[in-house]
Design a protein around this ligand. Sequence first.
Ligand code: AMP
Ligand code: ZN
Length: 111
Amino acid sequence: MSDCLFCKIVAGEIPSNKVYEDELCYAFYDIAPMAPTHFLVIPKEHFASAAEVTEENAPVIGHIYKVIAKLARELNLDGFRVVTNCGEIAGQTVHHIHFHVLSGKELGSFN
Ligand code: AMP
Ligand code: ZN
């Protein structure tokens, strides 16, 4: 999608601090970290959010969780949180689905 920030990051048109890349997904450090370790994992294929998961694009979500588990092992993360904001009311600012991975400090409870 031509006017999407994260598509431009995948295409290398906007610089990013890469953590990991394969044929399906791309991981990079968040520009405004909310925890000592904070990176984002995104599918290379553009779709907006968790509200747009379909039979066709669902496999990449499982793949991304597998990649998160591998990166957590490699980075020796001692516990982590995975967050995907869906819709502006939930705080989504970039409308290309992304999974925040947060670690390195006590993360507050949501409830
Ligand atoms: P969300 O608010 O869930 O849509 O998350 C979007 C995230 O993207 C925020 O945590 C931003 O700090 C992050 N972000 C925005 N622009 C960039 C960028 N150029 N490189 C890395 N992270 C970014
Ligand atoms: Zn995109």
